[in-house]
Design a protein around this ligand. Structure first.
Ligand code: TEU
Length: 538
């Protein structure tokens, strides 16, 4: 029996924006529970809930002030139990976010830690003296811009924050910190959650010697100097492996639980670290990749991401995803013109199901949802505010789910929603798509069902038949049958020569005449061949 998570399709729910039940304009746990039948109807295997823990919400829940309680905005622990019971009844696994690398500055641990240098929690965060001239201890940058260090007048020391100033980093060199986090995780495991999505899993451990990052080309990245650096002493340190092993040992105390870690690294280093963290069976079960959340939509990019992972980490396991709550929605990112948006959406899910590993979907992508235009007065995400308007932050992908065309903000809430629900998004509401057999929603259901029917797509070996740009071909073979997906990643028509004994299967956006496949802009088709033969001519 293969473990459930290996071929799982994981549907990410952003609680704030899924369904509001009590009319305060913010989504909640009861709202999610009400919509779980819909989620199950998509054919997904698991849900991942973004943070719903007590938090001052400076980073929308990714700044936790109590790891084991529910933010009153989202409901109660009983509401969570009810959500989990309903999900399990529907056969859905429940994965929750664990934001362990940092806490909120309102967490009692930090409030105590900052009082002086000798309190019992004095060493629970990353504190360091200023340099002689008063400047920060190192040149480490924060992901959200500026220095990763903030001076605290009371302790007369700096504390480290990889993200917002209000998100101080925990000190993972202190075993008491790891013990406390393990106990918090045990709380949720005992309640029956099936797994954890470990936020910023490569940021846990910082360089104990507080070495400066090597001087680099920061000035070439005016938008965010963070991107200029690949090897940072504030993250991805060798000691992190030990922490991951401790967390895995905890998971092994329970049946069938799973750890998926969010690894954020640049370029191919991303795949390297994913491999390192998921190999050996004693750390993460799988790693959530950032690689395909980018603007790069070329065949080379997708091929490289996957083949690098498969060669560097043959016993590791990836999870691929095109959208989440941190990036512009992929339809907007990849469609070169508005009239191509639906075609891109349809191709994207068919391409995703051809990839080996687990798959992540983000709420609304099954509607072909596009990014919402955000005005400055509507901005809620503080992370990138320093970079406005070059970087408009992450609100555009976090606007509420659109359920129907009703007066109540597309069925999301009877109150004023925390982020606006706008007309272009409402045209893609669930209700309107449910009745149309050719909708994007229907295409998602069909594609996920196709993946369930065809073991090749879930368990098959992966090869990339060599085809000229801008075509991507992905072959998955199992027991002598080869299933090949062929995708035109451009806005122009492409002709592909097929092998003679090729049988077309599944959905397609294209046409075949003899052995010639014509793929319109962002078209695709699947083929079946026997005994390792390629479906496409090389
Ligand atoms: O995201 C991590 C994050 O911000 C990365 O995108 C980062 O830019 C990358 O690792 C740099 O290489 C997670 C959450 O998904 C996000 O919502 C939070 O704001 C963040 O952590 C802080 O908790």
């Amino acid at each position: 029996m293969r473990e459930w998570w290996r071929d799982a399709v994981i549907y990410q729910i952003y609680p704030r924006s899924f369904q509001d039940d009590n009319g305060d304009g913010v989504g909640d746990l009861k709202g999610i529970t009400r919509r779980l039948d819909y989620v199950a109807s998509l054919g997904v295997d698991a849900i991942w809930l973004s943070p719903f823990f007590t938090s001052p919400d400076k980073d929308m829940g990714y700044d936790v002030s109590d790891y084991t309680s529910v933010n009153a905005l989202f409901g109660t622990i009983e509401d969570f139990d009810a959500l989990m019971a309903k999900a399990h009844d529907l056969g859905l696994k429940v994965i929750i976010d664990q934001v362990l690398s940092h806490t909120s500055d309102q967490h009692p641990w930090f409030i105590e830690s900052r009082t002086d240098k000798v309190n019992p929690k004095a060493d629970w965060y990353v504190w360091a003296d200023p340099q002689k001239d008063g400047t920060p201890p190192t040149n480490w940058p924060s992901v959200f811009g500026g220095s990763a260090w903030m001076f605290d007048a009371r302790r007369r020391q700096y504390y480290m924050h990889n993200f917002l100033v209000s998100q101080p980093d925990l000190n993972f060199h202190n075993p008491q910190v790891v013990d406390a986090l393990i106990e918090a995780m045990r709380f949720w495991l005992k309640r029956g959650v099936d797994g954890f999505r470990l936020d910023t899993v490569n940021f846990y451990v910082h360089d104990k010697k507080l070495r400066d990052n090597p001087a680099s080309n920061w000035d070439q990245f005016p938008g965010n100097p963070y991107e200029a650096q690949t090897h940072l002493f504030s993250k991805t340190q060798p000691e992190n492996i030990g922490v991951l092993k401790r967390i895995r040992t905890l998971m092994n105390e329970f049946d069938d639980r799973m750890l998926i870690g969010e690894v954020g690294e640049d370029g191919l280093r991303q795949v390297e670290v994913m491999g390192e963290y998921t190999s050996g069976g004693d750390k993460l079960h799988m790693a959530y990749s950032f690689a395909m959340l980018s603007h790069d939509h070329t065949p080379d990019h997708f091929r490289n991401c996957i083949s690098e992972f498969l060669t560097k980490a043959p016993d590791g396991w990836p999870c691929w995803s095109f959208s989440n709550h941190d990036v512009q929605r992929h339809v907007t990112r990849w469609a070169s013109a508005p009239e191509l948006q639906n075609t891109v959406a349809r191709q994207a899910i068919n391409m995703l199901i051809s990839f080996p590993g687990a798959l992540g979907l983000y709420q609304g992508e099954e509607l072909g949802q596009i990014e919402t235009d955000i005005e400055f007065h509507e901005l809620r995400d503080l992370g990138y505010i320093d970079f406005w308007p070059d970087n408009k932050g992450r609100d555009g992908c976090r606007t509420p789910m659109v359920w129907d065309a009703s007066e109540t903000h597309a069925g999301f809430s009877t109150g004023e929603p925390w982020l606006p629900v706008k007309a272009p998004q409402i045209t893609r509401a669930v209700a309107g798509q449910e009745t149309k057999p050719d909708s994007i929603l229907a295409a998602y259901r069909t594609a996920l069902e196709f993946r369930k029917q065809r073991d090749e797509l879930r368990y098959g070996d992966t090869k990339f038949p060599s085809v000229p740009d801008p075509i991507l071909a992905v072959s998955r073979s199992l027991n002598g049958t080869v299933l090949t997906g062929v995708f035109n990643l451009s806005g122009d028509v492409q002709i592909v020569d097929l092998a003679a004994n090729t049988k077309q299967i599944g959905e397609a956006h294209g046409s075949i005449s003899g052995t010639q496949l014509t793929l319109p802009a962002f078209g695709f088709a699947f083929f079946e061949t026997q005994r390792g033969l390629s479906a496409v001519e090389v």
